[in-house]
Ligand binder design. Structure first.
Ligand code: ADP
Length: 241
């Protein structure tokens, strides 16, 4: 699904968090939103998700105006930095949740839900851990479950907010390889927020650099790396959160 962000602005109190953002994301692309802390990355992601409303501008999915649609109606998968798994539910139940709460007309039956959950567990290499509770998992395992859960309803758009930021370097690298592979194998469009330039350059098809609520540069990782529009911003990205 393509995403068009048209002239989006957002002000909190009198602070302009986003100014006239225009961006077209192609179907199947993996786009990184990169920028220093406070540059507006999360706000833009939440506006794409429908978790926040823009003061001005529109969000278009595949040519259809979604600006006034709720987050639920936009059918996006969302993954946060801190997993947000349900503590009282097992891994299986966490992943099945989104399927179980579907409207009855489209809800899969019990057997189909089970098959889907195991297919997702396989996808994130967690088949053995279906009956554990989140507290019995490592950070990396929890984030794999959060990814599986986001994918359960087969979203066409996956939005990730610093998804690997809380994990150690090795796990982070494994998971970003996994995200890249997911993109190479499935028709999904993803936008992920990071302040880690290495992560953005390593995994994204295109990198969008935000600075003070404006787009500073858009390009492939090579273009952004070889020819940074604002080396000052770019060089400091790795050091802040
Ligand atoms: P980033 O994700 O790049 O760190 P954010 O999008 O979270 O940036 O925030 C951009 C700016 O908007 C920050 O200055 C932040 O303090 C402000 N902001 C974000 N959300 C709110 C809110 N709900 N209320 C007030 N200010 C906010």
């Amino acid at each position: 699904m393509s995403i068009e962000i048209r002239n989006v602005s957002k002000t909190f109190d009198s602070f302009k968090a986003l100014s006239n953002i225009n961006l077209h994301i192609n179907t199947g692309e993996l786009v990184a939103l990169l920028g220093p802390s406070g540059s507006g990355k999360t706000t833009l992601l939440r506006i794409i998700a429908g978790l926040e409303t823009a003061d001005e501008g529109s969000i278009i999915f595949d040519g259809e105006d979604n600006t006034k649609k709720s987050a639920q109606d936009r059918k996006v998968g969302f993954v946060f930095q801190h997993y947000a798994l349900f503590k009282h539910m097992t891994v299986f139940e966490n992943i099945a949740f989104g399927l179980r709460v579907m409207p009855s007309k489209i809800r899969p039956n019990k057997e189909a839900i089970k098959n889907k959950v195991y297919e997702l567990l396989k996808l994130v290499k967690m088949e053995e851990l279906a009956n554990r509770y989140p507290s019995q998992l490592s950070g990396g395992q929890r984030q794999r479950i959060a990814l599986a859960r986001a994918l359960a309803v087969e979203p066409k758009v996956l939005l990730l907010d610093e998804p690997f930021g809380a994990l150690d370097a090795k796990v982070r690298k494994d998971l970003r390889r996994w995200l890249r592979k997911l993109h190479d194998e499935y028709p999904i469009t993803s936008v992920f927020v990071t302040h880690d330039q290495e992560e953005a350059l390593d995994v994204a098809d295109r990198v969008v650099i935000l600075n003070q609520g404006k787009i500073e540069q858009i390009g492939t990782p090579e273009e952004v790396y070889d020819n940074p529009a604002n080396p000052f911003v770019y060089n400091f990205l790795g050091n802040v959160n």
